[in-house]
Write a protein that binds this ligand. Structure first.
Ligand code: ZN
Length: 246
């Protein structure tokens, strides 16, 4: 089976469209590690698309908040105002979809998907030491997560955890070589709001038969996404940060 693995789309329809075009014909199923909404200005097109096309999904903290299932006091003022705007603008069907998104980890054909960490969907796994603390909770040799908006992830080797270096900015593709006796906790990066210094949308293509996994980056119409954010009166910083990917 060939999987398109996405995370943190964040209502950025322009970025999602570019990913789907870039990956066209190269996948059979779509998997999402959460955060369909929040930050950008097209939650309805993104959730409409997810309802029709995503096979397995876990909820992210923004999905939970925008579904009215969490207290917004945990959010900073910018995330909070985008969550409130999203709640006011989502269709009823899309709100209902967010409300029933499962909490991770969820098992998918021998691997797991989760949003933050296997211990807590809202926890960030940034440093190898943080991953070492939750490694006993990983039930499969291969897991996918999101939340940090940083493409890459971690190799769990016998005596420690190593960070996978992110795709060099000059490249749009990086192949992961699988080895025996290693567990993999992999992050496709963010489609809609990358924070690893590369403004291009990030995703993973994984072929489970061939055991082939590729990290990809694709440029998209950043100006178009920014114009949508500004025209809806969302905080300027949400538009500005898309240009730098920071
Ligand atoms: Zn996110």
């Amino acid at each position: 089976m060939r999987y398109l693995i996405l995370s943190d789309i964040h209502a950025n329809w322009h970025a999602l469209e570019a990913v789907l075009e870039d990956a066209s014909g190269q996948f059979d199923k779509v998997i999402c590690c959460g955060d369909l909404v929040g930050y950008c200005a097209d939650p309805n097109p993104v959730v409409d698309w997810a309802r029709a096309n995503v096979t397995e999904i876990v909820r992210g903290n923004h999905d939970k908040a925008c579904a009215g299932l969490d207290d917004l006091e945990w959010f900073n003022p910018i995330a909070r105002s985008s969550a409130m705007w999203t709640m006011n603008n989502l269709s009823e069907e899309n709100t209902a979809y967010l409300r029933q998104m499962p909490k991770g980890p969820v098992g998918v054909n021998g691997y797991q998907i989760l949003h933050g960490s296997p211990a807590d969907e809202d926890e960030y796994l940034v440093a190898p030491q943080e991953v070492a603390q939750v490694r006993s909770l990983l039930e499969t040799k291969l897991s996918f997560f999101g939340h940090t908006h940083v493409q890459g992830g971690f190799l769990l080797v016998r005596n420690g955890v190593l960070r996978i270096p992110k795709t060099p900015p000059a490249h749009s593709e990086q192949v992961l070589e699988f080895e025996n006796d290693v567990m993999y906790l992999l992050n496709p990066g963010s489609v809609g709001q990358p924070r690893d210094g590369d403004p291009r949308a990030g995703y993973i293509l994984y072929d489970s038969n061939e055991r082939e996994l590729t990290y990809r980056r694709v440029s998209y119409d950043v100006a178009g996404a920014q114009a949508r954010i500004r025209s809806e009166g969302l905080p300027d910083i949400l538009a500005d940060r898309l240009a730098s990917g920071a």
